[in-house]
Design a protein around this ligand. Structure first.
Ligand code: FES
Length: 109
């Protein structure tokens, strides 16, 4: 049986079609780079082997910049995550268990 993951990271990679009335989407804001950064951090750190990383479609908050990322089991929502934020999120939250407050969406604390 597969062991339960220590943490599960969901990264929205939803991409909406371009257009003058298009809503923002994580895919248009570089979320594939965010997803790649999480995968690279996991590959580089043996301590993150029990971390699941899953790309998903729209989570409903659709930021103007960056991507939406949710981390379980805490259920912490990060909004506006950019690739350069991922190392800090991994070090502080995924490994250390402490949310990165400056990126947490206050609606989902
Ligand atoms: S497009 Fe990512 S949260 Fe909606």
């Amino acid at each position: 049986m597969t062991p339960r993951p220590e943490r599960h990271v969901l990264v929205c990679t939803n991409q909406r079609p371009d257009g003058p009335d298009a809503m923002p989407s994580c895919g248009a804001n570089g979320s594939t780079e965010v997803l790649s950064a999480f995968l690279r951090e996991r590959a580089a750190a043996g301590s993150m082997r029990s971390i699941y990383i899953t790309q998903c479609l729209c989570l409903g908050v659709c930021p103007e910049r960056g991507a939406t990322v949710v981390i379980y089991p805490e259920g912490t929502w990060y909004v506006g995550v950019e690739a350069q934020d991922v190392a800090e999120i991994c070090r502080e939250h995924v490994v250390g268990g402490r949310a990165v407050d400056r990126l947490v969406d206050c609606r989902y604390r």
